[in-house]
Design a protein around this ligand. Sequence first.
Ligand code: OSB
Ligand code: MG
Length: 377
Amino acid sequence: MPSAGNRGIMRIERIELRHVRLALATPFVTSMGVKQDEEHIIVRVDAEGVTGWGESVAEATPFYTYETTGTAWHILRDFLVPAVLGRNLSSVNEAIALNARVRGHLMAKAGLEAALWDAFAKSAGVSLSKMLGGVRERIEVGVSIGIQPTSGELLTRIAGYLEEGYRRVKIKIAPGCDVALVKAVRREYPDIPLQVDANSAYGLDDIAVFRALDEERLLLIEQPLAHDDIYEHSKLQRQLKTSICLDESIHSLADARAALELGSCRVINIKPGRVGGFTESKRIHDLCASRGVPLWHGGMLESGIGRAGNVALASLPSFRLPGDISASRRYYREDIVSPEFEVAPDGTMAVPAGPGIGVEVVADRLERVTLRREVFQ
Ligand code: OSB
Ligand code: MG
């Protein structure tokens, strides 16, 4: 069903892909490894005098999911782009249908889908937030903190982020860097909204760790078990008071429904890249809304282009917990959009109100971070 503004024929005249690399302000350490920089693909679509921008969040390495910037480039260039180039599209849904036979590769798909949503929103003269069904002018945001060398350094970072206004803190954990860290944070901050993310680093036989974490009044424990598991998480959730939140395991509405019906989690995290785009994200949002399941917006260290899409999506009514959507400065010394995203002292971020993503891409900054570029027309 096309939503309001998703009307008017758009001829897809030109598509440009850029493989970009942005240096992180500080290294990001997780159970998946250490990251000094982030590589993504920026998708630009030109149609009917408007330019739409999207970001594919596939990373340089296949450590979070099987996709990489290399596989996403291949799938975009050889399949997704040719299917829509030169077409007269009346809605984003039509583009999705043209590529429905491509299985998986959800991050590649989401990058193109995002650029099309932006183009359609700009052509209709409405913000992406409005076009997606957003209802908020500001969203509540949190911060995701990588594993620090010592608990002292973790506490220093947390203090800084709380000072900046962030409303909740998520810390990454890994075997050996878990219970003691959480206890140290709780000693200093008995009441801050706190959650942990394991990125699939544990197994069911680590139950002692989970029992200890279960006493720390965490908002949730994110993706403790295997990246492709739903069943074992249901066994773990039954043994815990704390809610499990699935990230890596949820790729679709069907996955979300299975996880909720099996009791594998009580909270869901949406990342549009992980589920193939905003359209599938909205379906999962609506499922959570209908079941009263707490929902929040995750992050993939996006540049301002992807971040703008995340902020727009997180303005939908049932994103009730603060998202992993932080200020541009928290990730990168310099973002590739203007204005950059900022967090207000009350821990909220403004949802851009201008047409489409509502921020401008800064051409020379984009050029500086581009590793390779290809144009299709
Ligand atoms: O598991 O949520 C995750 C970043 C890259 C890959 C996976 C994850 C993350 C984060 C960062 O936690 C969230 C953010 O963008 O702020
Ligand atoms: Mg996660």
